[in-house]
Design a protein around this ligand. Structure first.
Ligand code: ZN
Ligand code: ZN
Length: 415
């Protein structure tokens, strides 16, 4: 896994950047035969020679095809600190784009995964599935992206493409299991390594276009936390006139409040942190309930049309399900340790025909819709940038509920 060449492709080397800079500079660089493949291609464009039909984007240079040496922060055990790992990204396939990662959001799922809360994994493992970056090379049949495109990658990098779920655009529910951005078996048999790193190669079908008005540093959290909230809010038809409660005001919750408010709902935040009240209102909440032991919620009995539960650990569901109106749903999107199951009373859902549900991220098409919606509604996460080597400190703060509201690793920031 380790490579001997620390001169990673993500540095500003001519090897990586030559072509992009060349294209940006246009024909003025023709006289400088930086890389012969580029020059030949540009000349054919200048002379109007037809490009190969199968290649809407220019073919990448042979020297840019990888495999690409890079580095990231990896977990080496369930409990130890994350440490630098040098490794390689796969060579560019025909439909692949190579992405220089500028930013990666820090999600609670990353911590659960390394800690083994969701099952045993192989180490070393690099996590991170909230990537924002820039395309630096494209495969020969890539049609959606060019060198220089601003892009994002969320929780998935592949799926079977032929099951009913994939065909309807719900790759997140692929019947054959999608390939997750990290800790998942890739098509070549290797285990995927995530976004706490400087470079990645991904099939273009699993790459998102970032609207111009969205900052690359802020896009990452939308690609996991954002879509995880957006998809159930849409599925359960949150709209004007609906009363929605958001449980937990963390990375997911603070986006959920903004999204539900933008969809026209009246939002109540239920949080254990009294100091988050003002923030909740700033994000759009009309009411804030502080969830501390002994606090009486009976006033809110049957008050909500939908409850989005973002709490990423086991908690008492009997406290919240009675707050639903008849036929309404409490949907969990936060997940804690798999060894601590959900528990709720035998009668809790029966009394008002309420439902307990769950939801897992969203499909690629829906994620692109969510990005457009956020751009239009000016919804964005509240982030704190950290350097790569600040990750262990950031994780401690996430666990101590001190994140306000998403840490984002900035690959260019010095620690
Ligand atoms: Zn996540
Ligand atoms: Zn599938």
């Amino acid at each position: 896994m380790k490579n001997q060449n620390p001169n990673s492709a993500d540095e500003d080397s001519p090897r990586t950047w030559g072509r992009r800079q060349f294209l940006a500079a246009g024909a003025t660089m023709l006289a400088a035969p930086l890389l012969s493949g580029v020059t030949a291609h540009a000349q054919s464009r200048e002379t109007g020679a037809p490009a190969p039909a199968s290649s809407p984007s220019p073919s990448p240079l042979r020297s840019e095809n990888g495999p690409y040496p890079t580095e990231g922060m990896a977990g080496y055990s369930e409990t130890g600190p994350l440490q630098l790992l040098k490794f390689q990204r796969r060579a560019l396939g025909a439909k692949d784009v190579a992405i220089k990662i500028h930013y990666c959001g820090v999600c609670h799922s990353d911590i659960h995964t390394i800690h083994g809360d969701w099952g045993k994994i192989q180490y070393p493992q690099i996590v991170g599935h909230e990537l924002g970056g820039e395309v630096v090379a494209v495969g020969s049949s890539v049609s959606k992206f060019n060198v220089g495109s601003r892009v994002g990658v969320g929780t998935m990098v592949d799926s079977c493409r032929h099951c009913p779920e994939c065909l309807r655009g719900a790759e997140n529910y692929c019947e054959n299991g999608n390939t997750q951005t990290y800790a998942s078996k890739d098509r070549d048999g290797t285990i995927t390594q995530g976004g706490y790193s400087k470079f990645i190669v991904v099939d273009e079908d699993f790459v998102l276009k970032i609207p111009d008005s969205i900052d690359l540093a802020e896009v990452g959290p939308m690609l996991c936390a954002g879509i995880t909230c957006y998809s159930p809010l849409r599925h359960w038809s949150v709209a004007p006139g609906k009363k929605v409660a958001v449980l937990g005001l963390g990375g997911l919750g603070h986006l959920a409040v903004q999204l539900a408010t933008a969809m026209g709902a009246q939002v109540t935040v239920i949080t254990t942190s009294p100091d988050k009240s003002k923030d909740a209102q700033r994000f759009g909440a009309k009411d804030v309930l502080i969830n501390q032991s002994g606090v009486d919620f009976s006033k809110y009995k049957r008050a909500f049309d939908f409850i989005l539960d973002t709490i990423p650990y086991q908690h008492d569901l009997d406290r919240f399900i009675p707050l639903l109106r008849r036929d309404a749903t409490l949907c969990r999107v936060g997940v804690g340790k798999l060894t601590t199951p959900n528990e709720y009373g035998q009668m809790t859902t029966v009394l008002n025909r309420t439902a307990l549900a769950g939801s897992n991220t969203g499909g690629i098409r829906e994620t692109q819709d969510m990005l457009e919606f956020c751009a239009l509604q000016k919804i964005k996460p509240q982030i704190t940038k950290i350097p790569m080597d600040g990750i262990n400190d950031a994780w401690s703060k996430v666990i101590a509920k001190q994140a306000r509201y998403r840490f984002v690793m900035d690959m260019g920031m010095r620690g």
